[in-house]
Design a protein around this ligand. Sequence first.
Ligand SMILES: [Zn+2]
Length: 330
Amino acid sequence: MKNKENARASIIKMLIICIAIIFGLGLAVKAGNIQVNSVKIELSDHTELNVMTSKTKVSEILNENHIIILEGEKVIPDLEEEIGEDKTIRIVKESEEITISQTSNEEVKQEMNDILNSYAPIVEKIVVEQVEIPYETITKDNSGGNSNTRNRVIQQGQNGLKEVTYNVKYKNDVEIERTELSSVIIKEPVNKIVQVNVQTSRSGVRTATTNPAVESASSIAARVKDVTPYVVTMNTSAYCSCAICCGKTNGITSSGAPASSWYTVAAGSSYPIGTVIYIPYFSDKPNGGWFVVQDRGGAISNSKLDIYMGSHGQALQFGRRSLECYIYEF
Ligand SMILES: [Zn+2]
């Protein structure tokens, strides 16, 4: 009994599915035969609607879009007619009817363009804009004619900014003339200064094959991502701001800035203040091994580096080490 009932239920299911498929196909075929047009309806207030419709009779299209014709309005083509080639229905006030029906849309457009072009008033506006002032690059040649040179950027260039007031003339919303009335400098540009130096041959110096700055998240490294460092082994020691180390205790470096641990190093005069030095030995320290030359010292020659530390004890503990250093001259 149960099996029979199940079988019957299955057949009924199958039938329902078949009917659904046939019905679906029928609809699809029907849909395929219907042509849908985009019709433009111009209302009497000159607003325009674009509607999609399968209907072609004017009254049916208007009904479909709930557009009611008021007294004193006229529909072109007539309500009982089919829409024409231009697929446009115009609703006009009867007083306007004559002019519109006499002049085609294209002619009206052309006429409007002619009028605009010949009679468009020139509009003048005062426009204030911020304009960048590009920096200049100044080269200081210290090479004395020597061909073996190395360029060093001793000051990075920065664009300036000015606020310029223009009188701008427009015709048909197109700018035709611009006259500068005044300009106020907001920020002076900073010149880029490049020093051309004789390449000094330092013993034990090699150009780095990779630039550790590229991989580093350090903000110091970010400044030198584009600079190729050279590698040199230096005799390093450490110091603090005590009287024993510095002969004074104010902690102010030769750069004028206070010394900071894991930042400040003291180097010889061939390393300009601001030179970035990466020391892989300190890569697990808070600065990731990135230092900036901020200080000088009487006993510091060009092959020596003195690393500033927070306490005299730390400095003593560090002692002296021969460490590989990446020098970024930029
Ligand atoms: Zn000290």
